[in-house]
Design a protein around this ligand. Structure first.
Ligand code: NAP
Length: 438
């Protein structure tokens, strides 16, 4: 019997792979809102698989449903929808592939597996005529996958740009508002549970990288593999940079951007960027996420909300479960084969740059830096000399350039670092372009 036929005659069995932060919130939502006695959409948690069944969970489930036995879910006729909330690539990929092949629908919140193996999984879902839904994998509670697959499908998407990692946005917001340094705010974020003990996935930009790969595949109908996406994290952003950026009319955010250009192709990049204070993205603070989509028919759209947390993420997971349960035959799993699309090189990216260096406070230093920039075809927009340390004879030099090519800037930076009057090259940050204002 097909899984959809099974769903018509009895309550819909949900198999949870993982019962952690999100899994427990999803189980709770099923029990409290859609339990099997609900005549409209009768759902029931048929079984849950975890690593350690003896652990206390934040949800009241019959202990006999919680085990380490994967066969209680995969290919179990009592389970119509497999909800993968374990995280990571393995064993999640294998479990999801097996479930799809067994005719079970799959819902996931796992950006890593969708970024690394999403196309394979979508193809398996299509071959087996079942759905693979992953709304919660990007930007938590914000509906962004559904709009890209369904509502915006008539558009040629020009860009998807956003703040899609709440941890780094929390850290950068604190640094901006309190003048605090990265290490101090990271410790605070860890104490509050906003950052992991090993913060690398967030602060080094991997989490945003996975999410951007998923968004770019949908927006541009092409594979945008992780290794073609430029990635920089936020460890090198300093409290001073916020102070100087603010004097220049900017704040600093970790942006994930995928843009299509008819000549050069799709350029995808994750890096900290200066953002003009007056654009809405500059006011997306704390753990909030926001995504801006530009389509040729619709123009500019703005999505903002909680990008993580048990309930917002459960909201997105439940949306996918209920759509499948209602038998909606929408094309949400976006099983179309990606078309080839040129991938643009980061070295050709053009933007304004912010440079901060610690230089000897003596005549001729600026001239030598300006000469290197000029030789690389980069012109200076403005210069600030700050925090002069008379005793030690050095000062901060903050330079804003006019738009320049990334490759030119990188070679200029190498030469500037070699000047003996430059004691330290502190920061190179890109300025994000917004209309006429950069
Ligand atoms: P979590 O709290 O660490 O929970 C993971 C669950 O999976 C735990 O119940 C764990 O079992 C189980 N598990 C892990 N590896 C397993 C294995 N090999 N075999 C069996 N069970 C295994 O993680 P989470 O925060 O809920 O995140 C789950 C997924 O949602 C991830 O893909 C994450 O990226 C995504 N997500 C999370 C959030 C959020 O706010 N937390 C937001 C958006 C998306 P034990 O409990 O026994 O250890």
């Amino acid at each position: 019997m097909s899984s959809s036929a099974r769903m018509d005659v009895r309550s819909i069995g949900i198999g949870l792979l993982g019962l952690g932060v999100v899994g427990s919130a999803v189980a709770k939502a099923i029990i409290e809102r859609h339990r099997s006695t609900d005549p409209n959409i009768p759902l029931r948690v048929a079984s849950a698989v975890v690593r350690d069944p003896s652990r206390k969970r934040g949800v009241d489930l019959d202990p006999s449903t919680v085990s380490t036995n994967i066969e209680s879910i995969i290919a179990n006729p009592e389970v119509d929808i497999v909800v993968e909330l374990m995280g990571g690539e393995d064993p999640a990929f294998g479990y999801m592939a097996s479930a799809l092949k067994a005719g079970q629908h799959v819902v996931t919140a796992n950006k890593e597996v969708m970024a690394k193996r999403g196309s394979e999984l979508l193809a398996i879902a299509a071959e087996n005529n079942v759905q693979l839904c992953y709304e919660a994998s990007v930007a938590g509670g914000i509906p962004i996958i559904g709009p890209l697959i369904n509502d915006l499908t008539a558009n040629k998407i020009q860009s998807v740009r956003g703040i899609i990692n709440g941890t780094t946005n929390f850290i950068l917001t604190k640094m901006a508002h309190e003048g605090a340094d990265f290490d101090d705010v990271l410790s605070e974020a860890q104490a509050l549970g906003y950052a992991e003990a090993d913060p690398s996935a967030d602060v080094d930009g991997f989490d945003a990288l996975y999410k951007l790969s998923v968004l770019a595949r949908l927006a541009f109908h092409t594979e945008v593999p992780l290794d073609v996406i430029h990635r920089e994290g936020i460890r090198e952003v300093h409290a001073k940079d916020f102070r100087y950026a603010s004097e220049l009319g900017y704040t600093i955010k970790l942006l994930a951007v995928a843009q299509a250009n008819s000549d050069s192709g799709v350029l995808a990049r994750v890096h900290p960027a200066l953002i003009p204070l007056e654009v809405p993205m500059a006011s997306v603070n704390g753990v909030l996420n926001a995504v801006e989509v530009e389509g040729d028919l619709v123009g500019s759209l703005w999505f903002q909300g909680p990008g993580a947390g048990p309930n917002p993420t459960a909201s997105a997971v439940m949306g996918d479960i209920l759509r499948i349960a209602r038998g909606s035959s929408s094309v949400r799993s976006n099983s179309t084969t990606p078309e080839p699309f040129e991938i643009a090189a980061m070295t050709d990216h053009v933007c304004q740059y912010y440079l901060r260096l610690t230089a000897s406070d003596r005549p001729g230093v600026l001239a030598s830096v300006a000469k290197i920039l000029g030789d690389a075809d980069i012109s200076i927009n403005s210069v600030l000399q700050k925090d002069t340390d008379i005793e030690n004879g050095h000062a901060d030099l903050v330079i804003m350039t006019h738009p320049a090519r990334e490759s030119n800037m990188q070679s200029a930076v190498s030469s500037i670092k070699e000047l003996d009057t430059v004691l330290r090259f502190d920061s190179l940050l890109r300025v994000e372009t917004y209309g006429d204002r950069t």
